[in-house]
Design a protein around this ligand. Structure first.
Ligand SMILES: Cc1cc2nc3c(=O)[nH]c(=O)nc-3n(C[C@H](O)[C@H](O)[C@H](O)COP(=O)(O)OP(=O)(O)OC[C@H]3O[C@@H](n4cnc5c(N)ncnc54)[C@H](O)[C@@H]3O)c2cc1C
Length: 479
């Protein structure tokens, strides 16, 4: 929906929004409309750079409480105006882009810490708080969520729940979704609901799971209670080098299955070891670099390291020492920022996936072959970074140095690589994504992934959002 600024309707809606949020709570300025038309999705940056039509909102609103969020949704339903929720705008899938124009709702004024309960070890926050700001406050009290993604500086608690985010210590502490105790959510209709006070009940379906991962399509997360942990006494790293992927993967699996509970296992493929590990950490070696960490009480961590080292050496790992592991921790976010991150004019995509240990290796090779056989100008790199009892995550990327100059052609090429690579994933028993989500980027493949069960998700959307006003066009749910 695009409003003509000279119309009566435009001014009436602006007036009603100002009535709900105050004059400071609504913006129609050109600079804000530009700022809220680019997230971390490659295409949104490309279209700006090459002068294509931008995906922007008519109104940007900044609620401070759930009541205001609710009233905006009621208004949106009355006038059938699309509303797109914006956390930090750090998502890579175009999830926060207002593809149908209308209203962008920036959540960052909802940034209060409501309660820290160090008896139950929970913290209750408004969902628009930036993750780093929350961590700073928690650390003053000797606790932490232990959620440390590379976008900790810019993304919000609500955004991470909406995308099922993953931090670098996820192997011990879980993904963002595992940290949720309860939530307050504003439904598309404007109704405010709360999920049960604790998650491990036998009171039927857990409503938290309706909204976790729903990418702002089923409800707006306004308040959340999260688990917190004591900051560990020690955190110790060790690095190894493997000659092949198989022994690296087998080592990771064994660490998980021997119940050693590492907080980090990160295995880089040969291409990343040769490029990023060399450039960021200064380790100039051929092979597969692996770093792991244990943390907690010093004595226990000592024992965990002793057993882990035995596994490593047994599988042919060359010990690179503690320092080469510490170095990784100190530089852990650097990999994702300039000059190490990819940027225009390069075309790049992170096709993270997750699968069982039985399938993950074949998925890696299927993705690599797809890129290398079909796109000779593209590079393929990857690492395995979040480990579970049943399998692990592959953070695979493709990079094209010189995509077509014409934005339409560039988009076409980009979408074809995504289609091919993700079809290779699905054909080999992987899933579309592990923590970046679906958004507008890969929504078209949701039907292929879910097959007939996708109808359940579509029915749920229809039931909760009968006017399709909340984040239309995302996750393959239609316009
Ligand atoms: C440099 C860099 C490094 C990154 N590293 C990581 C990483 O290590 N781990 C990781 O998981 N991700 C990472 N990301 C991706 C990004 O941070 C995540 O996808 C994050 O979940 C996005 O949160 P956000 O607040 O920025 O949300 P946005 O991008 O603003 O929005 C993302 C989606 O969430 C919805 N949404 C936002 N807030 C709410 C809410 N309150 N209620 C309902 N829906 C909402 C939006 O509508 C949209 O669909 C990285 C991104 C960058 C730029």
């Amino acid at each position: 929906m695009r409003f003509d600024e000279d119309t009566y309707m435009y001014h009436m809606i602006l007036h009603e929004l100002q009535d709900i949020l105050g004059d400071q709570g609504v913006s129609t300025s050109e600079s804000d409309r530009v700022a809220y038309s680019v997230d971390y999705y490659w295409v949104s940056e490309l279209w700006h750079e090459r002068g294509s039509k931008r995906l922007d909102a008519d109104f940007i609103v900044f609620p401070e409480n759930s009541g205001q969020v609710s009233r905006v949704m009621t208004l949106a339903n009355e006038y059938r105006i699309p509303v797109t929720v914006w956390g930090g705008g750090g998502g890579s899938q175009g999830g926060a882009l207002p593809v149908c124009n209308g209203i962008v709702m920036d959540m960052k004024k909802m940034n209060k810490i409501i309660d820290l309960d160090t008896v139950s070890m929970t913290v209750e926050v408004q969902a628009g708080i930036i993750m780093q700001h929350l961590e700073w406050e928690l650390e003053k009290n000797g606790v932490s969520t232990m959620h440390f993604p590379a976008s900790i500086y810019c993304s919000t608690v609500g955004g991470f729940i909406a995308h099922r985010g993953t931090g670098v210590l996820s192997t011990k502490y879980g993904k963002m979704e595992d940290m949720v105790v309860s939530m307050e959510v504003v439904l598309p209709s404007g109704e405010i609901i709360r999920t049960l006070k604790v998650p491990k009940t036998a009171s039927g379906i857990d409503l938290n799971w309706f909204f976790i991962g729903s990418e702002g399509t089923l409800g707006i997360i306004t308040e959340v209670k999260l688990v917190v942990r004591k900051i560990p006494e020690v955190r110790k790293f060790q690095a190894f080098l493997f000659k092949n992927l198989k022994s690296g993967l087998e080592t990771g699996r064994r660490l998980m299955h021997e119940d050693l509970i590492p907080s980090v296992i990160r295995l880089y493929d040969e291409a990343e070891t040769k490029s990023l590990i060399k450039r960021v950490l200064g380790i100039d070696r051929e092979g597969f670099y692996l770093v792991y960490a244990f943390e907690g009480k010093e004595k226990i961590v000592g024992l965990q390291h002793k057993y882990a080292k035995e596994i490593m050496s047994g599988l042919g790992g060359e010990d690179l020492g503690t320092e080469m592991g510490e170095e990784w921790w100190l530089n852990r976010y650097k990999f994702f920022f300039p000059p190490y991150a990819f940027s225009l004019p390069q075309a790049f995509g992170t096709c993270d996936t997750v699968a069982t240990y039985s399938d993950i290796e074949k998925i890696y090779f299927a993705m690599k072959k797809t890129v290398e056989d079909n796109y000779p100008k593209a590079k393929f790199i990857g690492h395995f970074s979040h480990w579970f009892l049943w399998g692990c995550m592959l953070y695979a990327r493709f990079i094209v140095e010189n995509p077509p100059q014409d934005p339409g052609k560039a988009l076409h090429m980009y979408n074809s690589i995504w289609d091919d690579i993700l079809r290779a994933v699905l054909a080999n028993d992987g899933v579309l994504n592990e923590h970046h989500g679906i958004g507008i980027k890969i929504g078209r493949l949701m039907k292929e992934q879910y097959k007939n069960s996708f109808r359940l998700i579509k029915d749920l959307k229809k039931q909760l959002d009968c006017n399709n006003v909340l984040n239309p066009g995302k996750m393959g749910l239609g316009f």
